[in-house]
Design a protein around this ligand. Structure first.
Ligand code: ADP
Ligand code: NA
Length: 329
């Protein structure tokens, strides 16, 4: 029996990933390698839906790929590549755009939110068609499963609708992918506004970057917003700040939250923050060092990515050949 095929992508925009990316997504990328045939890409095409400095984008793409390798994505086992290296994504995307209703695309809530924030003058057509490119990213590999967070569910639904529509109109061509809720994914909240998820779009003080220096990490955690009262207990409603610190500790140290509550009983927030900073630094230090080693040998890193792209293209080109034939090209 062939292993289920998985596709997942991540944007290179921030350079460094954050702890939310790791605990909510990338940790699952690594574990899914065991049980699936995984295709993982750094989605640089998606990044330019908002303006990017070319040199920074190129650098951030490499830094992102290096971090994925440092976190444990194994290029012998998974296909790791950069989206723009595989032009078939775009060839399929155009065909899918011509199957997508304007109204259907207009209903995508992520576009509505983002375009409202930017205003019409700052919104591109690329941002509007982004979910269709995302559908192409998935369908071009005939992926069976897509690990998705809540925020991506609507886009995955569109992907499924487009696959079913194409298959209905032109004959069975695409695997209709299933959303899988990543096993053991944790939601990490911002250190400064623990009612919001940790994000690169929020001010850096609340976001623990994997590539931060240990001093910066410790300072961010020390300055985390905590809650009134003094007790160290998990209580997401009344103590979102402390709960978030406990979650991060538990996820990285592997100790159950209940055990941490017991250990910190009668102690202050400062003690928890100090220990959490150590736990985070212990986790990120080897990742940061390995990332740097990989970046120091850029030629080898680029070779790894080109090998990945070549493997991805074999699959993607076969899909596009069938699609073009079916469409009448
Ligand atoms: P950001 O919000 O920083 O822009 P992305 O939207 O690029 O992050 O997310 C990349 C991946 O990381 C997605 O799979 C997303 O679900 C996951 N992710 C992002 N932020 C968090 C978080 N705070 N907690 C858990 N998972 C997260
Ligand atoms: Na985001």
């Amino acid at each position: 029996v062939p292993l289920p095929r998985v596709l997942s992508g991540i944007q290179p925009t921030a350079g460094s990933f954050h702890l939310g990316n790791h605990l909510g997504a990338l940790r699952q990328w690594v574990s899914l390698q065991e049980s699936t045939e995984a295709f993982y890409c750094v989605v640089d095409l998606h990044a330019i839906t908002v303006p990017q400095d070319p040199a920074e984008l190129r650098r951030n793409t490499l830094v992102s790929a290096a971090q994925l390798l440092a976190l444990g994505v194994d290029p012998e086992r998974s296909t790791l590549f950069v989206q723009s290296h595989v032009p078939e994504h775009l060839q399929l995307s155009w065909v899918l755009e011509c199957l997508t209703g304007f109204g259907e695309a207009s209903r995508m809530t992520q576009f509505k939110d983002k375009s409202q924030r930017e205003g019409t003058s700052g919104t591109t057509v690329g941002l509007f068609t982004y979910p269709v490119l995302q559908a192409a990213d998935i369908l071009v590999y005939q992926a069976d499963q897509v690990p998705v967070g809540e925020d991506q569910r609507q886009h995955l639904e569109l992907t499924r609708d487009l696959a079913i529509r194409f298959n209905g109109r032109y004959g069975q061509t695409f695997t209709v992918p299933e959303a899988v809720i990543p096993q053991g994914a944790a939601r990490v909240m911002d250190l400064q506004s623990p009612d919001k998820k940790m994000s690169k779009s929020l001010p850096p003080a609340g976001c623990v970057l994997l590539l931060d220096e240990p001093k910066v990490t410790a300072k961010k955690i020390r300055s985390a917003v905590t809650d009134t009262g003094r007790e160290i207990v998990a209580d997401p409603v009344n103590k979102p700040g402390v709960t978030n610190l406990l979650t991060m500790h538990s996820e990285l140290s592997g100790r159950p939250v209940a055990e941490l509550e017991e250990r910190f009983a009668g102690r202050g927030y400062g003690d928890l923050k100090k220990e959490l900073a150590e736990v985070v630094v212990d986790f990120v230090t080897p990742v940061r060092e390995r990332t740097q080693e990989l970046l120091d040998d850029q030629a080898e890193l680029e070779r790894i990515l080109l090998r990945g792209a070549a493997r991805a293209r074999e699959v993607a080109a076969a899909t596009v050949a069938t699609v073009y034939d079916r469409v009448g090209f």
